[in-house]
Design a protein around this ligand. Sequence first.
Ligand SMILES: Nc1ncnc2c1ncn2[C@@H]1O[C@H](COP(=O)(O)OP(=O)(O)O)[C@@H](O)[C@H]1O
Ligand SMILES: [Mg+2]
Length: 361
Amino acid sequence: MSSPAVLRHHAEQQFAEELAELSKADGMQRPPNWKLSPWAVRTYLCGGPLPNGFQVSAKYIGNVRLIEIAVATLATDRALLLYGVPGTAKSWVSEHLAAAIAGDSTLLVQGTAGTDEGALRYGWNYARLLAEGPSEGALVVSPMLRAMKDGKIARVEELTRIPNDVQDTLITILSEKTLPIHELSTEVQARKGFNVIATSNNRDKGINELSSALTRRFNTVVLPVPETLEQEVEIVQKRVAELGRALELPAEKPAIEEIRRVVTIFRELREGVTSDGATKVKSPSGTLSTAEAISVVNGGLAMAGYYGDGVMRGGDLAAGLTGAIVRDPVQDRLVWLEYLKTVVKEREGWKDLYRACMSVV
Ligand SMILES: Nc1ncnc2c1ncn2[C@@H]1O[C@H](COP(=O)(O)OP(=O)(O)O)[C@@H](O)[C@H]1O
Ligand SMILES: [Mg+2]
């Protein structure tokens, strides 16, 4: 059972009630070893009412079709690759898919330049290896091997940060659904229900290509940045409220107007033009993703709660905004200053934000 003192619960713990309700209401066919049917998994991800009136919250806000394709892929023999710019909810969707399908989102391999084959296959407990020689007991099971044995979903975060030769370890696993353990003259055959969700950024330093042999084993779903301002505001509002509750911040729910200002600034800088299409602006070097907008508002809320009167205003957001936008101290600072002077200063009702930002930039 999950302890209330834990800072962040796994999705299957946090949303245990929703998952149980979905399971009860779920009369549709479930793929072998799945906890829920594809219909119920989609409802878990995208939210909606159940026949008994229970309301399932939306985890992913955006195109439902994308989620359906992702879920359907996992019911086939192809693995799923969630691809896109940083902060588009790839990890978030991956966690919730694994929670809904397998009831376990924890079988996770974090891809880095230093990820070795052992992280995707198995390792050895050297003390026991020396004492006993190669044996089942000396084997250290990777999350991938665990998922194969239990018929669950394994998650590989940032797949393309892993060196290509190590990535290729996945080829046998994904095509043969077995993992040979030569040292023990045996193999592990994946149980039904096993599949892999990988995520990958297209805009990272130190990225390796996905090898073509591996590409064919994945179905790629591209998660886009939110289409409209309103959609992005909704995402930020929802996540900030959830985070604020979890962190027990002593602040009121932020006014939607303040969130709209942050998201507007992010979108305009990202797109290089003001929302009315009238003024071209320069884009800073950072990605200014939805995830960063969430952090900025969350940080503003903490400032308002601990140093202000609990109501988040422009002044509480200024430092966080500037920090998110100015990644390069020279170029980005100029871009931000120009935007402040040409756009923020002139906009009706934004003088407070202009002054607050100018005092920290
Ligand atoms: N379309 C969306 N729907 C719901 N939440 C979103 C959406 N886009 C971004 N988020 C939020 O952004 C945060 C960061 O997402 P994350 O999964 O870490 O991004 P990525 O792995 O793509 O870099 C998460 O808290 C998530 O809730
Ligand atoms: Mg991620």
